[in-house]
Write a protein that binds this ligand. Sequence first.
Ligand code: HEM
Length: 125
Amino acid sequence: MQNNEITKENINQLVVTFYTKVLKNEKISPFFIEKLGSDMKSEIWQKHIKILTDFWYTISFGHGDYNGSPFAPHMQISGLDRESFETWIKLFFETLDKLYTENIAAKFKERASIIASNFMRNLRI
Ligand code: HEM
C-alpha cells in the first residue's frame, strides 16, 4: 500500500527497501560493500540504516536526530561518477514510487535530486 503521510516507520521502510535494491545493483553495490559489507543485518549496516532514517526524517520535518555532515563520507569513496549518481537516483525514485503517493514521492525526489546535484558539484564530476 502507498503511504499518504510520512512517519519515522515508513521512512525506515524506505531506507531498508532502497538499500536492498542498491545491494542487488551491479553498478553501485561495490561502493557500499567496500565500506559497509554485504550483510544488511550487520551492526555497521544497522547503524547506517538508522543514520539514513534520521537523515530523511530531519529533512522531511525540519527537525530530528540527524546532525552529521552528509557529504563528508562521499569524499572518501573513489570511482564515483555521474552514472553512479544516476543509478542511485533511479533506484531511490523507484522505491519512492512503490511506497508513497505521488505528492509525497515528488517531495522526496526534489530533495534527493538537489542533494545529488550538490554532491556531484562538490566532487567535481
Ligand atoms: C552513487 C551515489 C552514492 C554512493 C555510492 C553513496 C555511498 C555511501 C556510503 C558507502 C556511505 C557510508 C560511508 C561510511 O559510513 O563510511 C554513505 C553515507 C551517506 N550517504 Fe551516500 N552515497 C551516494 C549518494 C548519496 C546521496 C545522493 C545522498 C542524499 C540524497 C546520500 C546520503 C548519505 C548520507 C546522509 C550518509 C551518512 C552520512 C553520515 O555518516 O552522517 N548519499 N553513502
